[in-house]
Design a protein around this ligand. Structure first.
Ligand SMILES: [Ca+2]
Ligand SMILES: [Ca+2]
Length: 396
């Protein structure tokens, strides 16, 4: 073989190798290869809206002429259904100063065709908790899983004159920093008892909503010790369960608002079992693998026949292993700890919640209740169809 021919063959081989590589990349993107789990997660829409709030949020600085500047950000949901959104504010300062603070993030749901205004008072009081910031300029960032109509109206009154400007804000797409998982007919059992009485295992059903802070992904995002397993904080933001026990009668279990004692959110965590891919939660639909998930739940129990309403001071720790986010059908959180219950006026009581389980996403044919009920179940109204089927079927 001549040297020239050898060079020619080497060149052809290299071209084939590059072509094959490109083909593989195209194939893996198109067919959903190992990278597809990440790319199938729908992006969020980020609207970054400039605000100037002088002097309400802070005094003028740099290029702003002394005067009064106001910004009103109008948000409209043009989508056919409700849209969850997160809003935060970021103060902008000039380069030679320390970077401006980032406010807390507030979450809300905007119904279809509903509108919302975010003004300077909202930025100051809601997002920055009433604290006056150094400079009254920056950005409000609105994140939502669907695109919204966002228009900012700027008014200014200075020694030079007054004016009003309007700006339509377009969104950029990016990886979501949060997701709400809604379970319309979650299922739970809780053993409720009191000293000297027969404990009841109560079957409960109703909606549950969980917020997952995907944007906080890190090894120690939930405040844990580093163990090379990435995690994301979660929060149980809605729990509204209704059921009935054979001895204690109708029972409702709802989330204790953090505004009431013991003033705690029902937070949790999802931690991957193995960190196969740094920067990705290794759990479907983001990656592959399983994860440990828990919630520390603060709840209220209303036992109507006894005319008592209780809450807990120690969190009810509920834990499981999940194979998907949101949890796959039938995946069950368990909490065996006995938790004492307190009255609304913070008195201890003989009542307690014992073993509890919670299935966010129950299978269509839910767990079978006790085959020998003590008496006919109390009719239940206003809750999901799955539970109604569940209570009526075994006794029919
Ligand atoms: Ca970890
Ligand atoms: Ca990972």
């Amino acid at each position: 073989m001549t040297l020239r021919l050898r060079h020619l063959l080497a060149g052809v081989a290299l071209i084939l190798l590059v072509a094959a590589g490109l083909g593989f990349l195209l194939y893996s993107r198109a067919s959903g290869g190992f990278t597809s789990a990440v790319t199938t997660v729908p992006p969020s829409f980020f609207h970054a809206v400039k605000f100037v709030c002088v002097p309400e949020v802070g005094p003028a600085a740099g290029a702003v002429v002394p005067g009064t500047y106001k910004t009103a950000i109008n948000v409209h949901n043009p989508n056919p259904g409700p849209v969850d959104l997160a809003k935060k504010a970021v103060i902008a300062r000039s380069e030679d100063l320390t970077r401006g603070p980032i406010s807390t993030k507030k979450f809300l749901t905007l119904g279809s065709d509903r509108a919302l205004e975010i003004d300077c008072a909202d930025i100051k009081n809601v997002l920055f908790g009433g604290k006056t910031q150094a400079v009254g300029k920056g950005f409000v960032v609105i994140e939502s899983p669907a695109e919204l109509d966002v228009v900012a109206v700027y008014t200014q009154l200075t020694t030079v004159g007054s004016s009003e400007d309007k700006e339509t804000v377009t969104a950029k797409q990016g990886a979501p920093t949060f997701e709400f998982d809604r379970f319309s007919a979650s299922f739970a059992t809780a053993t409720v008892g009191f000293t000297g009485g027969q404990p009841d295992t109560v079957n409960l059903s109703g909606p549950t909503t969980v917020r997952v802070d995907l944007g906080k992904l890190s090894d120690t995002a939930c405040g844990t010790t580093a163990n090379n397993r990435e995690e994301v904080p979660t929060e149980l933001v809605q729990l509204s369960l209704t059921g009935s026990g054979p001895n204690i009668g109708p029972v409702t279990v709802t989330l204790r608002p953090p505004t009431k004692h013991p003033n705690k959110e029902s937070v949790g965590c999802i931690e991957e079992t193995t960190n196969s891919t740094p920067g990705v939660l290794d759990l479907p639909p983001f990656g592959t693998g399983t994860a440990d998930s828990f919630f520390d739940v603060f709840f209220e129990v209303d036992v109507q026949n006894f005319g008592v309403k209780f809450h807990n001071h120690d969190a009810k720790h509920m834990t499981t292993t999940i194979t998907n986010k949101p949890p796959a059908e039938g995946e069950t959180y368990e909490g065996p700890d006995v938790i004492p219950l307190f009255t609304e006026d913070e008195q201890s009581s003989p009542w307690q919640v014992q073993q509890a389980s919670h299935v966010p996403n129950p299978p269509p044919t839910s767990p079978t209740p006790s085959p020998t009920p003590v008496h006919e179940p109390t009719p239940i109204t206003g809750i999901g169809g799955r539970w109604e089927n569940l209570v009526t079927f075994p006794w029919e």
